[in-house]
Ligand binder design. Structure first.
Ligand code: ATP
Ligand code: ATP
Ligand code: MG
Ligand code: MG
Lengths: 258, 258
């Protein structure tokens, strides 16, 4: 019942980082031991939980991925939230996409790094960058399952086909156990025609994989990272914070019946 | 007075593609001869103007970048808009980020490709992916100037430092003429605290480089690409279409006094 989840979608700005932070924090507050891995050179997750510029002795995700003697435990930091831990990223990770091209076992670096850690955490969430390049491939190869956030917009809907095709190829060639944990509608406004069409399309395609919980557009979710806090610590009563708490319950319910 | 502009920002979902399409289309309707280059493996620009799956004899941006005998002219397509042309992208471009790593003059491929085309267009806009990898570097090396769209959110603001640092490095090592054409506030809501803070921060940093025109959040801008149309053809009276027409005027005004 321990799980590694890649939070992935090559479309930009669909709420991957916001989901990793807030689902992760809500699970930690429900006493789950959670590790967040920032795999995006932008380092949004790292700064969004107030850890910008911080790194443990083992360095950031960059050093951890490129080391030939990976020691993830030495790169993990506690956060301001009990039970919530972080493997941070910074801009050096931009270089990883190039340096990994010629590295040994280049799609398996993260999997190798996480192997000794899997037993120490109930949930590990990997925040992937907006691309289907080597960093995202590492996330998909290391993961048991993918959580796909998507906003109710046309470009996000269109990108799903390519994401699923990539997941299929990873399953066929690199990681046979890769499943789809769930699809999450984010920044979702069901009052608009486009929102309704995208929502209907997603539910038709993914059926019960789509979370019943939908994350509404809520200003607190955009403000919280500017304070280095998950929404539940920044404004617990906000609709955004409450939506991610509800998602955490739905997530755990799904895990327990998996 | 001909110009090549990289529409760039490594942050996802800040309106790069929406800006390339709608500023490009508005300029074309003002009788400027415009070429749009889709440099994003997601191919959002290509599908957003209704050209998904289409390619000329010379192929897509992928073939054009990886060919040793680049022939951009053979890869350019007319669009549904007079004076508006497209060099399309599809998912094969994902491979380019890897294949370019070991290619000759790997940051200069697009520059080389565009050299014979520059005289044929008043404006060339390159839609870059959400990363600071090789595709974006090719855009920055090929460009005379960068147009930076940014939404009024914390992560987008935070990413600007890294983007400017990359632009400085490109200027120092690869493209001495690279300038900042302008900064565009997109999906902007100045009624929110966060929006005001980000707007003030951006104006303080960039001064008169920030366009007076601000693109409001407008549902038509999200709907138009689902019909394969620029907003000005989908709903000319919408606030979104009108904002990009105003931007086109401001853009031309800036070009003429440059
Ligand atoms: N439900 C929401 N309501 C309001 N703002 C949101 C919501 N979810 C995310 N945001 C904001 O929208 C922007 C995009 O979200 P986020 O950065 O989490 O997406 P992402 O998919 O990780 O982006 P990228 O592709 O760049 O990694 C951020 O500024 C974030 O703070
Ligand atoms: N002003 C606006 N009002 C409403 N929706 C908008 C606006 N500008 C862009 N959008 C929508 O927001 C989403 C993100 O915009 P867009 O795809 O242009 O950003 P991008 O920076 O190119 O993203 P990526 O980083 O993935 O390339 C799209 O679904 C687009 O249709
Ligand atoms: Mg992110
Ligand atoms: Mg885009």
């Amino acid at each position: 019942n321990k799980i590694v989840i890649a939070v992935a979608n090559q479309k930009g700005g669909v709420g991957k980082t916001t989901t990793a932070i807030n689902l992760g924090a809500s699970l930690a507050l429900a006493e789950q031991r959670v590790l967040l891995i920032d795999l995006d050179p932008q380092g949004n997750l790292t700064s969004g939980i107030g850890m910008k510029g911080q790194a443990a002795a083992g360095g950031t995700a960059y050093e951890a991925l490129l080391s030939d003697t990976p020691d993830a435990a030495s790169a993990i930091l506690p956060t301001g939230v009990d039970h919530l831990f972080l493997l941070p990223a910074d801009h050096h990770l931009t270089g990883a996409e190039i340096e990994l091209v010629t590295a040994d076992a280049r799609e398996h670096r993260l999997e190798r790094l996480l192997a000794p850690l899997r037993d120490q955490f109930d949930c590990i969430f990997i925040d992937a960058p907006p691309s289907l390049g080597l960093l995202t491939l590492n996330a998909l190869v290391a993961a048991d399952a993918v959580l796909i956030p998507l906003n109710g917009e046309y470009f996000a809907l269109e990108g799903i086909a390519e994401l699923l095709s990539t997941i299929d190829r990873v399953r066929a060639a690199l990681n046979p156990r890769l499943a789809i944990e769930g699809v999450l509608l984010t920044m979702y406004d069901e009052r608009t025609n486009l929102g309704q069409q995208v929502g209907a399309n997603i539910r038709e395609h993914f059926g019960d994989r789509v979370y019943t919980t939908v994350i509404p557009r809520n200003i607190r979710l955009g403000e919280a990272p500017s304070h280095g806090l998950p929404a539940i610590l920044y404004d617990a009563r906000s609709r955004g914070a409450e939506a991610y708490v509800a998602l955490a319950h739905e997530f755990l319910g799904r895990r327990r019946t998996a």
